[in-house]
Design a protein around this ligand. Sequence first.
Ligand SMILES: Cc1cc2nc3c(=O)[nH]c(=O)nc-3n(C[C@H](O)[C@H](O)[C@H](O)COP(=O)(O)O)c2cc1C
Length: 219
Amino acid sequence: MSKNINELMVLRSSARAFAKELIINKQDVMDLIEAARMAPTSYGLQNFKIIHLPQSEFRESLNSLFYNQLNFITASDYFLFVADSGTKILNETIEKSVGDIMGDVTSEKSLNFINNIKNSYEVRFGDNERLANEWSSKSAYIASGIVTVAAAEKDIDTCIMEGFDGKKLNELFWEKNLIQKDEFICLGMALGKIFEETKNKNHAKKIRKKLVDFYKEVK
Ligand SMILES: Cc1cc2nc3c(=O)[nH]c(=O)nc-3n(C[C@H](O)[C@H](O)[C@H](O)COP(=O)(O)O)c2cc1C
């Protein structure tokens, strides 16, 4: 019987290891990528994308950059979220997404929209690229939450992961031309099926703030 979102959120847990031989079917993987593609982004900038790593020798060669975490090593599939840097956003992403939204980049309306976004960027980040990059990566984080729920609905286990050597990983991907110099990997996500025994053990351990500490109504 299908579960509602609240039930899925209580029952899901971050997978620390997967049954490596249980491979997710390609259509489910593509459905999850589609869920991420449909995620909202600030101003509709669409400032991130996903690199999909199925099990492969290449992925195995990255194990140490993920500190040999079992969830990376044993995942059926792994998503790398790649965000546009502040430089790319200013040089390319804003015009591109306004063009997508408005159908042109030359009308007064479109030019105003572009200027609004650029002004807001200037006020918030000035020439602080690092701050802009942090902001840019938020889109990927939002999408990763959506994929988490979409996967749970398919009974696919996941783990969002920040635990990797971002400097070395990005250098490798830049060097291999797998991402552009003005893009960076900001987040990872392991997907697969965990062993049933582990599942039950983890569910008992769900640790969250009490509702009274988490929620406050202000009128
Ligand atoms: C942004 C973020 C980064 C995370 N990084 C890792 C990671 O590198 N390795 C890992 O095993 N779990 C990672 N987790 C999973 C958390 O440890 C997990 O969500 C948390 O302990 C709550 O447990 P639950 O998801 O099972 O309810 C990450 C979660 C988030 C949201």
